[in-house]
Design a protein around this ligand. Sequence first.
Ligand code: SF4
Ligand code: SF4
Length: 506
Amino acid sequence: MANGKIYSFSKGVISNGILDFSRRTPFVREVMLEKINPARIILPMKMNYGVPCEPVVKKGDKVKVGQCVGMPKPHTFASPVHSGISGTVTDVAPVTLPNGISCMAVFIENDMKKTTVESIRPRTHINMSARETVAIIRAAGICGMGGEGIPSAAKISRARRHGVNELLVNCLQSEPFATCDLTVINEYTDYVVRGASAVASTCGAKKVRFLISHRRKSEIRMLQSAIDSVKDEFEGLSYEICLFRDRFPQGYYRLVAKALYDKTLAEGAILEEECKAVLFNCSTIYAIWRALADNMPMTERIVSVCTDSYCRNNVLVPIGTPLSEIINSGIGSTPVNDRIIWGNCLTGIETNDPENTPVIKITSAVTIAPRNFIPKTPCIHCGLCSETCPMSLSPNIVYEMLIQGLSQKAAEEGGRDCIACGTCSFICPAGIDLASMIAPFASAGRIIEENSLLHNTSFSSGSHKEGEEDIIGELSLLEEFVEDEDDRKVSDPNEINLPFKGGKKV
Ligand code: SF4
Ligand code: SF4
């Protein structure tokens, strides 16, 4: 039940139905969910946090919906890749994604038959131990769908290790205009609440808190109704709906910690340790329940089709769908000169090749924006970037130092704290892309620190054969992810024991 309090953090971009930009048009609510069955998909072997998988199919192979086409190499931090369509593998070849990641990819031509792997059938009862739950989630290739894509099995393991009390379900859209997570709530409320209950139980948390915009009255009602109908099935859990003011970016764990617990987390601090809470995006929670109840791996996602000022629509697509398939479907049709952005308006990356740029597990939006809609000028010292930076940086100063090659000074100014939210670039009236300079600087600093940690652990000297950059990940997650082989075994999927009481017929 919501207690009426509205949580928020300072700075960021405030939205009360209309963004605070006089030249932008009003926020437009999403319309009905469309489904796209693409002619082909491209499945990169690295779509999220971790190392690339290894293709386990070859050119000419027939594949089915739900079939695994990419497997992690032993003892690596990676999530398996599955096909969301049935058809024929037309190629296994390298791709380079707009974020610069190069890896092998499996190209599949759709036979439009939607033939599913025979063993994928809904489980008749959800009776499983926490360990088996984690094993299923890992095998299903589930990762966070709202951020960097941390493998969910690793996150749950870390939450268990830190003895968390609360599961936070992020139903806030991190960026303006996108409504994909809210669409998940609209379409699959029951799955979100059941999935949250299962994840909380698996993590050992006793409370589930849904974080949602206070303006989303209908979604709040839907969540409350679903909670009322399932809460008796999950004994020992309590539920709360926490209302948030729209202020972008939102949903990032350090901002959530500030808003909910009034705690300022230092870079690298762990939410599970500092606040005894673990944060999951609601789309990820939905995917987890789909894996537990329907036995379906992560094969599809909802993507918002946005402009630079509103959301046109949301589409349900198989992961791997080229952006061109979405745009050409007519749902997101656009003048030829517009920019196609892989992602949201704040953090997305422009692509010139939408035919070969796929939706990956963490792609929440495709943004279509007019080209050069902001004229570029030198900095006019308006101070807007400092006013809105949620990490309280002075992006114009950090940017200037980086331009001059003064990395040490940029670090002293807090540049390493940048969370790559893109707000400064979005708001700058001079059209300066501050984030494109500051965010890589911050991320490079984190990689250096993590590399030094990895060199001091037994993990880095283990059987992993990839280059150093391939095993970059948060150390505590790496330790949890590489578990003994018993953790990977799943018993008869129809006869497993609950971490929560009572059997749930699905
Ligand atoms: S400096 Fe970084 S954290 Fe601050 S607004 Fe820019 S991108 Fe966001
Ligand atoms: S928002 Fe742009 S113009 Fe304004 S101070 Fe920052 S960099 Fe300069």
